[in-house]
Write a protein that binds this ligand. Sequence first.
Ligand code: PHE
Ligand code: CO
Length: 284
Amino acid sequence: MGATSYGASERPPRGDYSRDGKVAADYTCPQNYAAYTPADHDTYRRLYERQTALLPGLACDEFIAALPSLGAKNRIPRFEEINDKLTPATGWEVVAVPGLIPEVPFFTLLANRKFPVTDWIRKPEEFEYIVEPDVFHDLFGHVPLLFNPVFADHMQAYGAGGLKAHRLGACEQLSRLYWYTIEFGLIKQTDGLRAYGAGILSSSGELVHAVKSPEPKRIALDLLRTMRTRYKIDSYQQTYFVINSFQQLFDMTAPDFTPLYAQLRSLAELPADAVLAEDVLVVR
Ligand code: PHE
Ligand code: CO
């Protein structure tokens, strides 16, 4: 899903990292298109169809507008076909990786406007839920917003910021921001609350939960608050952070985080379901 779990997982990442020498030093590899079976293409088709039907009223406008740019919906798209449209639009490029990759190579790719996409797809029995990102999560969840110029610039800035966080020993703090924005962010639009986070947009259950359920907390995004907050990787989120626009997200994250990281060292971590007196709650 993101830098979050990259390298931090207890178990070895799923995926073949040898591929007969085809994985480069930066972890990119050719998309192994020949390896997809008819059942794999069918899994993608069924995921795409179900998820697309859910989007109106739940996904942000920018995502819905850009989704057709992914091309093929009846099969797993070829990454080159996507790049034919994506690179002219925002200078981004989708690159194949064998699965989760370590933090530094991940940040380096983003800083160079290359978005790593896992090329394998989940098994049919994982149709409803998969913990690790597969090609459906990475493409459907993340790539449409890379067609948005402001979001595209934000992702590059995040990559550069990740390399800085690594030097400062603050990857865990920054990865929480990634989690609560790029993976599980909500945005206030003129018609109401909508999802823009890839982890929400690629999950049928969480898409409804995040936007409509009365259960989770929804709090206006605040950098320090978000970077103090732990998160759950194996259940729906208990808290979502809300932005007003991608420009707000870009502007808010543009300043140097060095003093924020210093401040965070003296602040206690918060559980995933915390509510603080100073939180600005967002009502649906
Ligand atoms: N501005 C942040 C820094 O200096 C980097 C960053 C950009 C972090 C965008 C998140 C998102 O560390
Ligand atoms: Co992701």
